[in-house]
Write a protein that binds this ligand. Sequence first.
Ligand code: NDP
Ligand code: 8X3
Length: 257
Amino acid sequence: LNRIKDKTVLITGASSGIGAACAKEFASYGCRLILAARRVDRLEALRESLQSEFGIEIFVVGMDVTHAKQVEMVLNHLPEAYSEIDILVNNAGLALGLDNFIDDDPNNWETMIETNIKGFLSVLRLISQKMVRQGFGHIINIGSVAGVESYAKGGVYCATKHAVHAITQSLREEMIEHGIKVSEILPGAVNTEFSQVRFHGNTERAEKVYDGFEPLQAEDIANLIVYTANLPLHVNLAESLILAGRQARATKVHRQG
Ligand code: NDP
Ligand code: 8X3
């Protein structure tokens, strides 16, 4: 049953990985899409391919979530046809570095906090306000297994995802009186550009993360996100922890070969 046909979906971080896979999955349900990220060339290419495959309406916009003013300009001035947002996939985010705390580069911390907490909040605030005015909506925040446990060398990334987890739980409580659902997806190891970004383009180190086991794919997460969005109004799949088949915790993976 398709309950989300013609719904308008805003996806942040749509230029790659989980966000791009979500764009395709929502497109296959006939949704109207707003795709946001910094790399507009990638978004344009995605728009072309999804429009020709699914014939849907797509609005592409360059938006750096760390620039609060830009986020406000973009989200408060959406074209008329896209001005009501039914579903937010608040996905833009990144990890930088995997080093002992005492050796780590504080610039990495700064960027993760700016993006995963403050950028995440900028989008969340404006869209929550919009949804309350509309009287409907569904917010789907992308947390992480790192938001419910912590591991050595990843303290600050884990902290940012713990923030996503806390804010999601808190907002869920505030939004029930407005009929707005707030959900969180908490993925384990997903093979996207995540590790390339984390290790500043060191492909060898990035590939090692997924050595010897089959990681999740972006499409696995997109399927769960769309499943969550497509549930009936009286059901909220509030928190979904999704791990790889051979994964028990963030850093506990069974590797073979
Ligand atoms: P990717 O690196 O493939 O995608 C990240 C996306 O975030 C890109 O589209 C990027 O777009 C966007 N982004 C990053 N910084 C900004 C910014 N300042 N402004 C706007 N957009 C930005 O990684 P994933 O798809 O894996 O990551 C998506 C989300 O999933 C993140 O929040 C991540 O923390 C989370 N996650 C990932 C897991 C994994 O193992 N891969 C596991 C658990 C959670 P652009 O660079 O064009 O701006
Ligand atoms: C990404 C998953 O385990 O690298 O959030 O932190 S992990």
